[in-house]
Design a protein around this ligand. Structure first.
Ligand code: NAD
Length: 488
């Protein structure tokens, strides 16, 4: 059984810890490899070599730094098939979903290639006679990212390309549930001939996260995961003087007005709810009709029943398993909770059995109708292929539901009325808004804008926010008096 290694200072090294965890294919329970649980010694080695690398790397002109990103983009594209299959094997999502994830990752590499312009400073001449003032952006130093299981490839790329293009060195801690994807990426990064220590990877779980949050040379932490851990990472990182951006969980409402196009709305909503088996922070979860939409229930039920569940590398499969048996049990318990709260199961996907993959963590599409909107299920992130379908009467109720939601990752509305859409866009308290869109995932040049318990910090991942996050501003005021001019 392959034991994964860390990538530190341009070399593959074994963890200093002795504990290893199984990396499991969620469709079959086959053990794919073993990943080190990791320890503080691993982080110390990565951080110290990253700090040494930073001293040189920050001096490499930005235009030269991005040449490595151009090469990385080519390598990622050349290896798209293998990288996508790896994501399917360890995370369960389908090959098509995995490939789409890589497209989003690569967009961030492309966007970060604009760093020579994006990190330019500002200059004001003559703020007083003979005095000019300017602001330059400088890199921070060693930065680290801690990523979740559900996007093993894309999420590290919300940060990595910007961090290194800005002149920082970077340490990645992938989710211990899906460490193979970034291990493969690191093998590609090894081919770039980057100066040693500019990018490192340390495997592990909580012990490694704590060591990253405590290590004195690490200046900034980018975290993506569940809200409780995001809050913990934000607080601990800040207490240790670090700059932190921590993206958390979600419970995304989607509203359907009577004037929404039924076929388009149905298709987009089922794609949003069941894509990646509902394991997306932008998955639609609470589907809520406003003012009655007589055919939508039937249409959603029919589309949900048609969705093909199975092993993500099999051709016709549209939805894979959830990540672990524990996750499957938790989702079953939540469905039962919704029923105990008064919900009716319109489509029951519990205990789906897939021929040839009987041990997989499969749950087929599930719809539960009429759960109370002030109940527990309506407020809980399910992170599985479960749609709650409820009905309300007014757009004002809809906005108040969004605004009382403790999460604020995404809220969507389906309508052909510009006026309702405009009101919703303006008043809904969520950071990513979809109008006739089911997964309002910002492309690379925009920030991934979670609000409330979906985000702790101020600068988000991607786009100009990433450039600001990975740089610190320095303001210089300088005086040059005419009298000092030498006569030639
Ligand atoms: P998670 O919080 O369990 O794990 C995320 C990371 O934190 C992993 O690297 C893990 O090793 C580490 N970790 C886990 N427990 C820890 C602890 N006690 N102390 C310190 N570190 C710990 O999240 P997950 O299950 O991997 O991912 C799913 C969650 O991530 C969902 O809640 C989802 O909504 C969220 N998510 C959010 C976004 C976003 O942009 N807001 C994107 C993707 C996923």
């Amino acid at each position: 059984m392959e034991k994964l290694q860390n990538y530190i200072n341009g070399e593959w090294v074994s963890s200093k810890g002795t504990n290893y965890l199984d990396v499991v294919n969620p469709a079959s329970q086959a053990v794919l490899a073993q990943v080190p649980a990791g320890n503080a010694g691993d982080v110390d080695a990565a951080a110290n070599t990253a700090a040494a690398a930073f001293a040189e790397w920050r001096r490499v002109p930005a235009g030269k730094r991005i040449q490595y990103l151009f090469k990385l983009k080519t390598l990622l594209e050349e290896n798209l098939d293998d990288l996508s299959k790896t994501i399917t094997l360890e995370s369960g999502k389908t090959y098509v979903e995995a490939k789409a994830e890589w497209i989003r990752a690569i967009e961030n590499v492309e966007n970060a290639c604009g760093i020579p312009t994006l990190m330019q400073g500002e200059f004001s001449e003559d703020i007083a006679p003979g005095i000019d003032e300017y602001m330059i952006r400088q890199p921070l130093g060693v930065c680290a990212c801690i990523s979740p299981f559900n996007f093993p490839g894309m999420i590290p790329f919300w940060f990595l390309p910007y961090a290194i293009a800005c002149g920082n060195s970077f340490i990645i801690k992938p989710s211990e549930k899906v460490p193979l994807t970034m291990t493969k990426v690191m093998a590609l990064i090894h081919k770039l001939d980057l100066p040693k220590g500019v990018i490192s990877m340390v495997h592990g779980g909580k012990e490694v996260v704590d060591a990253l949050l405590e290590h004195p040379v690490i200046r900034a932490i980018s975290f993506v995961g569940s809200s409780n851990i995001a809050r913990y990472v934000y607080a601990k990182g800040a207490a240790n003087g670090k700059r932190v951006q921590a993206q958390g969980g979600a419970k995304n409402p989607v509203f359907i007005l009577p004037d929404a196009d039924i076929d388009m709305t149905t298709q987009i909503i089922v794609d949003s709810v069941y894509g990646c088996a509902g394991q997306r922070c932008l998955a639609a979860s609470n589907i809520i009709t406003i003012g009655g939409h007589k055919d939508i229930t039937e249409s959603l039920v029919e589309a949900s029943r048609k969705r093909v569940t199975g092993f993500g590398l099999d051709g016709d499969v549209q939805m894979g398993p959830v990540i672990t048996p524990e996750s499957k049990t938790r989702i079953h318990t939540l469905i039962e909770k919704g029923m105990a709260e008064g919900g009716q199961l319109l489509v029951d996907g519990r205990n789906a059995v897939i021929s040839g993959y009987e041990r997989g963590n499969f749950i087929a599409p599930t719809i539960i109708e009429n759960i109370p909107l002030d109940g527990e299920l309506a407020a809980t992130e399910i992170f599985g292929p479960v749609m709650s379908l409820t009905h309300i009467n007014t757009i004002e109720e809809a906005i108040s539901l969004v605004n009382n939601n403790k999460y604020g990752n995404m809220a969507c509305i389906f309508t052909s009325s510009g006026l309702h859409a405009r009101k919703f866009r303006s008043e809904a308290e969520a950071g990513n808004i979809g109008i006739n869109i089911g997964v309002a995932a910002p492309v690379a040049q925009f920030p991934f804008s979670g609000w409330k318990d979906s985000f702790f910090g101020d600068l988000h991942g991607q786009g100009k926010h990433a450039v600001e996050f990975f740089t610190q501003t320095k303001v210089v005021i300088e005086r040059w008096l005419k009298e000092w001019t030498r006569k030639f």
